[in-house]
Design a binder for this molecule. Structure first.
Ligand code: GRF
Length: 207
């Protein structure tokens, strides 16, 4: 019997390399999901091209087209509902979702962050890590709550920083880890292998 693939949405603003990793993991059978919807908040997001290439439904929802953040978010919700989305995966989505949106999808929104949270929150995590001179940074996949880069943590992995690293080389190292970690976290969520108690998360092994 064909396995049911849970519909997910991926929200992106930029390159969409994590979206690509998700699509590739699905194709390779490492992630039992279906990208039912890709949302971009700007028409130039490369994620839209990647979605089209993969035959995934994609919508460009531009905040400036709406009178308020609430109206913009209502449009996002309408799209997610129309596509039967079970899990929302933020992948470089450069918008902060309001508490109203977050509460509606409580424990159903994941984010990937290019640092070991709670270190280097915010949109410049890679540059900030280099400026601090830390020798280890990393990747975090976490649930989204009402605060930015804050919700319960599913997976983290360290990335060593070499003295010669630049923003470009460190980003490449971080991406390599992200592209492996995100599909793994999404698969665990969809398979019901994630137990959340307060801030603590327990992930059961894949059978
Ligand atoms: C990733 O590094 C992710 O951690 C951060 O935004 C970046 C998105 O990259 N939240 P891409 O668009 O998936 O290439």
């Amino acid at each position: 019997m064909a396995q049911v693939r849970s519909p997910i949405a991926v929200f992106c603003s930029g390159e969409g390399t994590n979206l690509q990793a998700i699509l590739d993991a699905i194709r390779a059978g490492r992630l039992r999901a279906r990208v039912a919807l890709v949302i971009a908040d700007r028409p130039t997001a490369k994620a839209l091209v990647r979605a089209a290439r993969a035959g995934a439904a994609a919508r460009c929802v531009i905040p400036a087209d709406y009178p308020s953040r609430a109206a913009f978010e209502r449009a996002l919700i309408r799209e997610c509902e129309a596509h039967g989305v079970r899990l929302i995966c933020l992948a470089g989505f450069m918008r902060i979702l309001s508490p109203l949106f977050v509460r509606r999808y409580r424990h159903r929104i994941l984010n990937i962050h290019p640092a070991l949270l709670p270190a280097f929150r915010g949109s410049r995590a890679i540059r900030d890590a280099l400026r601090w001179g830390v020798t280890v940074t990393g990747v975090t996949v976490h649930l989204v709550d009402e605060e930015v880069d804050h919700g319960p943590i599913l997976l983290q992995e360290a990335v060593p920083i070499a003295p010669s690293d630049t923003e470009r080389t460190l980003l490449a190292k971080v991406h390599r880890v992200e592209h492996r970690l995100y599909p793994k976290a999404i698969d665990a969520m969809l398979a019901g292998r994630v137990r959340i108690t307060g801030r603590r998360v327990l992930i059961a092994d894949r059978r």
